[in-house]
Write a protein that binds this ligand. Structure first.
Ligand code: ADP
Ligand code: MG
Length: 320
């Protein structure tokens, strides 16, 4: 059981940033509006994420750490229409098999918080704290040294974690985020709107040279901002695409945007953008890979066409 968990953990949590992503998604699924991420030594020593979400009742805390236990899917029909970010019920179990995990949580109607240490076999004991959940992950891969060897430097691992926080924060301006590393505050974003959040995260250069997009066609809606050619970069690090709220890196979408810029962007420049595609969940499969950064569209030609034309039209307005 332990071995199976550790193997599965390799898929779900290949490095600290994958842990950060899973914990942030859980916090958002719990309706949090305030999330604090504390990292030590690139996340390898410690990843502690605190949210003010609905919390976990004490009797469900062991279940939260058990394999294939999710509170988010009740039937196979639900699987077609996942509205939450998580639904496999394996993240916490996987993380707990390769790190020391303490889960502390308090629901709105509880008199105090509760905590459970280690695995689903651990005992639930009274604790203290406000409503919400803290997942404290320490000494990642302490029991799987081979995997630990694959980790890069502290700064590199931290960089990946910070990128994950940025991607998620960009999609959720209605939630405040703070990020610290080794006790130092690195980022803090208050609750705001997309216009401000994206200016904070992509920089003022982007804020001053971006075009708003909001187009719908049938079951598809594309909204967000696409940068003017002057906001383009020599590196593709200003490209944020979301499908139904999830950050994705998808060939079809990247290509559609690139093609729309073909006539206005020359040389080896990359456009900057923050774009969100919303569509009927039945038209997209987000289940392709556990890291869920890839998607598969039922009709990728239609999606390509739609995104291409929407971005092209936005760009055409400036030259008109
Ligand atoms: P999944 O997200 O796929 O359901 P996880 O292993 O990530 O699986 O989490 C297991 C369960 O633990 C969730 O279904 C949820 O009920 C509970 N849970 C985890 N993190 C939180 C949190 N931050 N707030 C409230 N509930 C949580
Ligand atoms: Mg989850």
């Amino acid at each position: 059981d332990q071995l199976i968990s550790q193997i599965a953990a390799g898929e779900v949590v290949e490095r600290p940033s994958a842990v950060v992503k899973e914990l942030l998604e859980n916090a958002l699924d719990a309706g949090a509006t305030q999330i604090t991420v504390r990292l030590e030594e690139g996340g390898v020593k410690r990843i502690a994420i605190t949210d003010n979400g609905r919390g976990i009742p004490p009797e469900q805390m062991p279940l939260a750490l058990a394999r294939h236990a999710t509170s988010k899917i009740a039937s196979l029909d639900d699987l077609e229409n996942v509205g939450t970010l998580g639904f496999r019920g394996e993240a916490l179990a996987s993380i707990a098999s390769v790190a020391a995990v303490t889960l502390t949580s308090r629901t709105a109607d509880a008199a105090h918080a509760w905590e459970i240490v280690g695995s689903h076999n651990g005992t639930v004991a009274p604790s203290s704290g406000a409503q919400g959940t803290t997942v404290d992950v320490q000494d990642l891969y302490f029991n799987t040294p081979a995997r630990r060897k694959f980790l890069k430097s502290e700064q590199t691992e931290f960089g990946h974690c910070a990128e994950v926080v940025r991607r998620i924060a960009l999609a959720r301006p209605d939630v405040s985020f703070s990020l610290s590393h080794n006790g130092r505050t690195i980022d803090h974003w208050n609750v705001s709107e997309m216009a401000k959040r994206s200016a904070h995260i992509l920089g003022e250069g982007f804020a001053e040279a971006r075009l708003p997009i909001d187009e719908s066609a049938g079951p598809l809606r594309l909204h967000g901002y696409t940068g003017l050619p002057t906001a383009s970069k020599a590196r593709a690090d200003g490209q944020f695409f979301y499908v139904n709220g999830r950050f994705v890196r998808d060939k079809v979408l990247v290509h559609a945007v690139k093609a729309a810029y073909q006539d206005v962007l020359h040389g080896d420049r990359f456009p900057s953008y923050v774009l969100a595609l919303d569509l009927d969940p039945a038209l997209v499969d987000v289940n392709v890979h556990p890291s869920k950064i890839e998607v598969r569209f039922r009709d990728s030609r239609a999606v390509h066409q739609f995104v291409f034309h929407a971005v092209q039209r936005a760009l055409a307005q400036t030259s008109a």
